[in-house]
Design a protein around this ligand. Sequence first.
Ligand code: SF4
Length: 294
Amino acid sequence: MPDVKEFATGAKPTWCPGCGNYGMWEALKRALAQLGWDKREFAVVWGIGCHGNGADFLDVQGMHALHGRALPPATALRLTRPDLHVIVEMGDGDGYGLGMGHFIHTLRRNPDLTVIAHNNQIYGLTAGQASPTTDHLTRTVSTPTGVLEEPVNPIGLALAEGTTFIARGFAGDIPHLTQLYVQALSHKGLALVDVFQPCVSWNHHNTLQWFRERVYKLEDTDWDSTNRVAAFELSLSTFHDLTCSPETCRVPIGVYYSESGVPTYEDGVAASQQPGWKRAEEPQDVSGIAASLG
Ligand code: SF4
């Protein structure tokens, strides 16, 4: 098994002391070491944000994409290099804001990617603007009277679009997050791991302590991760606002939903290249429609 240290470049991370990126960085290194993959067997594509600076600290092959645009090159990489495991690291503002269109359509395709979302519910790198997942009524530098919108629900969106592995992690529990990563990286098809990650500099509401008082593990319950409808209901329960107390507001972490045996986008593309490939329907005669238009 490779040593965790093999995945560190040696560069000193520039993240703020106490940032959740440290826990996520450590968990990914441990998961990669546990899987025992050779560095030539996988690649990482980063979006833009504080998390994206991890490209300088993780000693792997990969690329740093444009803001919100990590998913398209990652999908292209999987199609052209099917021998590689491809991991995407994106932020909440990055992937659920600027990249929301790419996010939704990538979910629909089920490419064999592991997508790790650094969800700190704020724009950290650009100094504290509200992101798509900032809690309702939170005051930020861009929302001085509080966020009026409901936060984006990435788990619910992923369930609606047929994502075949969906999990939520917490950057403050590295051993648990490591095991979620191992499961996601071992899954064939799109695996989304949305990770709650405190931003100590700009999000003074959803702190490490705030999460520690609220998270619980699904595997400690009788949770059935094959029940898609129940998973959707559970995803709705994780919405919260500034008034939610540890008693009334519980945050489930673990595998919400998992489904195996679903063809991937790469499977579909390969099948469509075969000589015997037929369209679902033969082309229709549209001459009548054209004539009716004069
Ligand atoms: Fe982490 Fe926030 Fe600092 Fe960025 S600004 S490094 S997300 S604590």
